[in-house]
Ligand binder design. Structure first.
Ligand code: HEC
Ligand code: HEC
Length: 328
């Protein structure tokens, strides 16, 4: 719980201190308010408001800084302390900075363009991930749902496309106000997400349209994060998003998961869409003699596969099966 009387008292002290010494050293200021342990209090947020903040945040801080700032500043507006302890510019300050082209350094900015422009983890996911980390012990459950949702979602959303075309986001000047084409990445990687969108839309990676697409995506990711956090607050995470891997990933993970048996395939880990990268499985098929359960992973958000590569991956799994049957 927030102790307002204590806070006001401390603020009063801070005021006196500033009066006494016009430029108090940072250590003195920091000692004035206690930094509580994580998780910090989360209250229900409006996903539509946070979507708009995410889009504005992208214009100011790119994807990772934008998604993180959107969620945290919405919490700061509603909860106040302890979010007041973070270096979070206000919505008005950010609007002004965007209009004047002023650079503000915020947390998570390094995550832009898939971390230092390396195009690894999508920055919107990275920034949202830190926000999730700060507000709930269930961070892993929430984050895994967010990642899986991202792999399956056609970005940018209809809502974001509409907000932009009707000029209802919080920016004054748009990189583009077109209704942009959509694509599903089947991957959490910036590289795959951006490249697939560029190929699907015909826009170059350095185009204003691609940048705008990532701005809308940042809004969409921030909004979904808040939907999941709202659901987590009510203990209804599964109702917000039913977690299910692609059938192929579930299949591969019967042998390849974080485990101790090296010989059975436990020399890798993770939940990504395996078939988005591993397509030719012939070399290793010969060493496989058994296949595990065909169970988990056939949920309503299972991947809809398309294209020659995906067909090849499916073919490989089917091939492994018939091979295992012959051997067994
Ligand atoms: C029945 C267990 C099993 C399943 C299912 C399985 N693998 Fe493997 N996989 C292995 C084992 C065991 C090896 C090691 C083979 C070796 O080195 O001789 C291996 C090797 C590999 C390799 C190393 C390179 C190669 O081809 O030799 C890759 C990559 C791989 N698996 C990916 C996958 C993917 C992707 C899937 C799902 C489409 C999958 N595996 C399904 C057991 C399995
Ligand atoms: C983003 C692309 C990507 C995704 C997605 C991916 N992998 Fe890989 N994986 C790689 C790369 C690259 C290597 C290293 C290959 C090499 O060194 O030859 C690798 C290596 C492996 C290896 C060891 C290969 C070896 O040479 O022994 C296994 C097993 C494997 N992956 C399984 C999986 C499984 C199972 C999944 C899904 C849960 C998966 N991978 C998802 C790219 C990916």
């Amino acid at each position: 719980m927030v102790d307002f009387s204590r806070r006001d008292f401390i603020k009063g002290l801070a005021f006196l201190a500033v009066g006494a010494a016009l430029n108090p050293p940072i250590e003195v200021k920091a000692a004035q308010e206690e930094v509580p342990k994580l998780p910090w209090p989360y209250v229900e947020l409006d996903p539509e408001y946070v979507r708009k903040l995410g889009h504005l945040g992208y214009y100011a801080f790119e994807c990772a800084g934008g998604a993180f700032w959107a969620i945290m500043v919405a919490l700061k507006e509603k909860v106040g302390y302890p979010y007041t302890l973070l270096p979070l510019p206000s919505v008005d300050e950010v609007k002004k900075a965007v209009e004047e082209g002023e650079e503000i350094l915020v947390m998570m900015k390094y995550g832009g363009g898939g971390a230092f422009s390396w195009a690894s983890l999508c920055g919107a996911l990275n920034g949202a991930g830190l926000a999730i980390n700060m507000v709930t012990h269930n961070y892993k459950k929430v984050g895994q749902r967010l990642f899986r949702w991202y792999e399956t979602f056609p970005f940018p959303s209809d809502i974001s496309n509409e907000l932009a075309s009707k000029h209802q986001f919080l920016v004054k000047k748009y990189k583009s106000d077109k209704v942009l084409p959509k694509s599903v990445s089947h991957s959490v990687l910036c590289h795959v997400s951006v490249s697939r969108w560029c190929v699907a839309s015909g826009y170059a990676s350095g185009s204003k349209e691609r940048s705008e697409r990532c701005g809308r995506l940042t809004g969409d990711v921030a909004a979904m994060t808040v939907e999941l956090l709202n659901a987590d607050l009510k203990g209804k995470l599964d109702e917000a998003f039913k977690f299910a891997l692609t059938p192929t990933t579930a299949e591969c993970r019967t042998c390849h998961y974080k485990g101790k048996n090296y010989e059975e395939g436990q020399f890798s880990r993770g939940f990504m869409v395996c078939e988005s990268c591993h397509k030719d499985m012939r070399p290793h098929a010969s060493s496989i003699v058994t296949l595990g359960s065909k169970g988990e992973g056939k949920g309503d958000n299972s991947l809809v596969l398309s294209g020659a590569g995906a067909t090849a991956a499916i073919g490989v799994v089917a091939g492994l099966w018939s091979y295992a049957k012959k051997r067994g």
